[in-house]
Every structure is written in C-alpha cells, then in structure tokens.
Design a protein. Structure first.
Length: 116
C-alpha cells in the first residue's frame, strides 16, 4: 500500500507565492519520475511540472519562469515552488510518482486559490 499526501495549498493574492509538498510513504518502490498536475473547474487535468532522477525538469509553458519543481528522493518527496501566482493558476493540484514499472501513484489533491 502506497500513500501519497500533498500539502501547502491555500488562498493567496495574485503575485503571491505558495510551496506545495508531496510525500509518498508505505510500500517501498523506486521512483524515476515525480510530477505535478492541476485541474481547474470545468477543465481537463493538465501537467504542470515534472522531474526525473537525473534532475531533468519539464514545465507547462504557462508556468515557466514562475514555478520550480524539486525533489528529495531520500525522503520520497517532491516540491513545487509557485511564485508570481495568477488567478488562472487556481486549481486543484495533484502530485504523482511514477515507478520504473510504469505504475503511477497519485495524491488526493490540494486546492490552490489565487484571488485577483
């Protein structure tokens, strides 16, 4: 059994910052990719950022230069630093851990609300 828990969401004014944290625990597994996705009301879930074991990162064009993804593999934890937040960043943010066996574990989501 694997548990994935996100934290750090909340309400912030436009231009502000938040840091999301996501930790996986439970059954031991080897992760090769950790990432963040988001889903706004009435929209499909979209990828936001990701990082692999080589520390190669990928970003959605809408967040490049504002968001930074990082990881601490020893703690099975991935972070998302979000700066210069915009109202359009409002969404439920989900983290995921992808194993070498191509199994994906998702967190339950954390709400991020950016007021104008």
């Amino acid at each position: 059994q694997v548990q994935v828990v996100e934290s750090g969401g909340g309400l912030v004014q436009a231009g502000g910052s938040l840091r999301l944290t996501c930790t996986a625990s439970g059954r031991t597994f080897t992760t090769y990719f950790m990432g963040w996705s988001r889903q706004a009301p009435g929209k499909e879930r979209e990828d936001v950022a990701g990082i692999n074991l080589s520390d190669d990162t990928t970003y959605n064009d809408d967040v490049k230069g504002r968001f930074t993804v990082s990881r601490d593999s020893a703690k099975n934890t991935v972070y998302l630093q979000m700066n210069s937040l915009k109202p359009e960043d409002t969404a439920v943010y989900y983290c995921k851990f992808v194993t070498y066996g191509a199994t994906t574990y998702w967190g339950q989501g954390t709400q991020v609300t950016v007021s104008s």
